[in-house]
Design a protein around this ligand. Structure first.
Ligand code: CP
Ligand code: NVA
Length: 338
């Protein structure tokens, strides 16, 4: 690795939400992600986190995020301790403030996944060590780094300003909000396509428009699925997120059935458009929820059809693979030392 890598370190920086970052800082994280990914692939990775200890505090379940933090830390010579949804005192017997002050004295960094953004913000404010948001109801910033690295890799060297993407589905939650803001920061063409009841909150749309004014991004928020036309990438996410009651499925399906990503919607986007999904996805009958929704509503594949998910335009597993080098970059940037 060259010394260029260390110029991308931002010691002590938290990763709580995309809006905390300047465009330059966000691009630095993406650049470091690409460099660390190439270094591992070429068997020349340098360890910048030797001897560090990272707490992985998960109040919600995870496959990709947890594994990415663990593998990234191991690659970098750091050690992790995983605390599962029932495995710590936080929230049961101990406040977030107290947990922060304890973990900050034991660990060099903390990852947190849970519902409230206030929890991850409090960990950052009270622990004294860098904190990484592994998903809250409001934001999913590590996912945005992976999504953007993947879009760049599939854009044949085109600059961010020439990349367009649509997000179709439940846009009021973490993934939809984060995709709106991410593209706004990077100067991309972002189209949020959802029924009005599931649009991002007004303040989030306003913040995205503010960042777009600085970056040159084009922001569209619409109910009209025709807005996907010409988009390079079509993203979606599950319609009922972790922590939501299963009773909302019927209402959500009624609101979103015209926003399902199927071959017709991909045809509307155009022949070159690629399909993306943060995963996990309900695309077939391989899950309990998928089977239950199929029995009740007749849908086989909920937010995305199996044909699109398994088809040649789908780049979802490239996207999932990029969780690891991007999470590695977030940790190395904040904690790395030569
Ligand atoms: N996309 C994502 O965050 O996946 P996990 O829930 O498996 O971590
Ligand atoms: N919106 C989804 C994202 C999962 C990675 C959820 O919060 O469950």
């Amino acid at each position: 690795m060259t010394s260029d890598v260390t110029s991308l370190f931002h010691p002590g920086q938290h990763l709580l939400r995309e809006l905390d970052f300047t465009g330059e800082e966000w691009r630095d994280l993406l650049e470091l992600s690409a460099q660390l990914k190439a270094a591992k692939e070429e068997h020349r990775e340098v360890q910048y986190m030797r001897g560090l200890n990272i707490a992985l505090l998960f109040a919600k379940t995870s496959t990709r995020t947890r594994c990415s933090f663990e593998v990234a830390a191991a690659d970098q010579g750091a050690h992790t301790v995983y605390l599962d949804p029932s495995g710590s005192q936080m929230g049961h017997k101990e406040s977030v403030e107290d947990t922060a002050r304890v973990l900050g004295r034991i660990f060099d960094g903390i990852e947190y996944r849970g519902d409230l953004q206030d929890h991850v913000d409090t960990l950052a404010a009270r622990s004294g060590v860098p904190v990484f948001n592994g998903l809250t109801d409001d934001w999913h910033p590590t996912q945005m780094l992976a999504d953007t690295l993947t879009m760049r890799e599939h854009s044949h060297g085109r600059p961010d300003g020439e990349i367009s993407y649509a997000y179709v589905g439940d846009a009021r939650f973490n993934t939809g909000r984060s995709l709106l803001v991410n593209g706004a920061i990077l100067g991309m063409d972002v189209r949020i396509v959802a029924p009005r009841a599931l649009w991002p909150a007004e303040d989030v749309i306003a913040a995205a428009r503010g960042r777009a004014a600085e970056s040159g991004a084009r922001i569209t928020v619409t109910e009209d699925t025709a807005a996907v036309e010409g988009a390079d990438f079509v993203h979606t996410d599950i319609w009922v997120s972790m922590g939501e009651p299963k009773e909302v499925w019927a209402q959500r399906i009624e609101l979103l059935h015209d926003y399902r990503v199927d071959e017709d919607l991909m045809a509307l986007a155009g022949p070159e458009a690629k399909f993306m999904h943060c995963l996990p996805a309900y695309h077939d009958l391989g899950t309990e929820v998928g089977r239950r929704i199929h029995e009740r509503f007749g849908l086989e594949g909920i937010e995305v059809s199996d044909e699109v998910f398994e088809g040649p335009r789908s780049i979802v597993f490239d996207q999932a693979a990029n969780r690891m080098p991007t999470i590695k970059a977030a940790m190395v940037s904040a904690l790395g030392r030569v």
